[in-house]
Design a protein around this ligand. Structure first.
Ligand code: NDP
Ligand code: OXD
Length: 307
């Protein structure tokens, strides 16, 4: 049996999953579920203790890409497979989100909005894509797609990951030792990393200070990876050119946080790439059948590595 725990859209997800997996029973109403019969669980924000309720669980399907809130859960036994979404329609959304962030500053859209408020008609110089060095941190399902889309747009694109990668038209580097030099040579930084012990606090004040004057920072990975106070200080001082942030260490961002009022900082409420039920259900169904056949599914998380 597959139990889907998405309280706000329970019946929608249940019906989609049942249609995609006619060979198993899919339930979403807790009262109908016999915990001993549950082999698979699909959820996104699992409440504390959820996993421990099902003693015969084989796999948990995270209905999102980042699994930082799953890998640290003490109630998720090591033997239970953890499977996440890999792209499933999110890469295209992420490409759009990053393009918006780059173009807003590159084409001076933010400056024109400020000028409009003052009734000022004043053309400003803009930068061509070919003049902009963009570094993408994380070359996974999302980062690789973003890096390749930006390269096709004409940007000078560098990518950074834990292990070596090869991507057409992207200068790929890997390992922590390569990071500082990349930052010092970037007009824009795009963060698409998972939240792990190795990435938390990665973009600290020292590393942010390596970015050239006027650089743009876009973070859609996780807020814990970026020193927000240092970023705000860089923006307030006019040293950084602008920032677009979708993720925060504390979500929702508290209403009193100074980030809301910081000039040249554009915020969104963790919506850069949202889970699309249609493609997600199709991917989950393929993954579940792979597990049943004893094969490793797409999106299988390495729990030691943390992503
Ligand atoms: P993947 O697991 O496919 O890719 C992760 C990438 O990060 C890999 O290239 C990996 O390197 C790299 N990486 C991991 N650890 C390190 C490290 N210590 N140093 C350098 N590189 C590292 O993830 P996705 O692309 O699917 O998603 C990335 C993240 O985006 C998610 O974990 C989530 O936090 C965030 N996200 C945000 C969304 C939003 O709406 N804001 C929506 C969806 C995801 P390697 O290839 O060598 O393993
Ligand atoms: C995420 C997601 O990981 O929404 O942020 O999938």
């Amino acid at each position: 049996m597959l139990y889907v725990h998405v309280p706000e859209q329970a019946e929608h997800w249940r019906a989609l999953l049942q249609a995609a997996l006619p060979e198993i029973t899919v339930l979403a109403a807790p009262a109908e579920v016999d915990p001993l019969a549950v082999r698979y669980l699909a959820c996104w924000r699992p409440p504390a203790g959820l996993f421990a309720r099902f003693p015969d669980l084989r796999a948990v399907f995270a209905l999102g890409a980042g699994v930082d809130r799953f890998v640290t859960r003490p109630d998720l036994a090591p033997a239970v497979a953890l499977v996440r979404l890999s792209d499933a329609g999110m890469a295209r959304q992420m490409i759009e989100y990053v393009r918006i962030g780059l173009l807003r500053f590159q084409r001076r859209i933010d400056d024109y909005a400020a000028q409009q408020a003052r009734g000022l008609w004043q053309p400003l110089p803009a930068r061509a894509a070919e003049e902009m060095r963009v570094t993408v941190l994380g070359l996974g399902a999302l980062g690789a797609a973003v890096a390749q889309a930006l390269a096709a747009d004409g940007y000078v694109v560098r990518g950074w990951s834990r292990s070596a990668h090869q991507l057409a038209a992207v200068d790929c580097r890997h390992g922590e030792a390569a990071l500082d030099a990349l930052l010092a040579d970037s007009d824009a930084l795009v963060m698409l990393l998972p939240n792990t012990d190795a990435t938390r606090g990665l973009l600290d004040a020292r590393r942010l200070a390596l970015l050239p004057a006027g650089a743009i920072v876009i973070n859609a990975g996780r807020g814990e990876q970026l020193d927000l106070d240092a970023l705000l200080a860089g923006l307030q001082a006019g040293r950084l050119g602008g920032a677009q942030l979708d993720v925060f260490a504390e979500e929702p961002l508290p209403a009193t946080h100074p980030a809301w009022q910081t000039p040249r900082l554009y915020l969104s409420p963790h919506v850069a790439a949202m889970t699309l039920p249609g493609p997600s259900v199709q991917q989950l169904a393929v993954a579940l059948r792979a597990l049943e056949a004893g094969q490793p599914p797409l999106g299988l998380v390495d729990r030691q590595r943390g992503y």
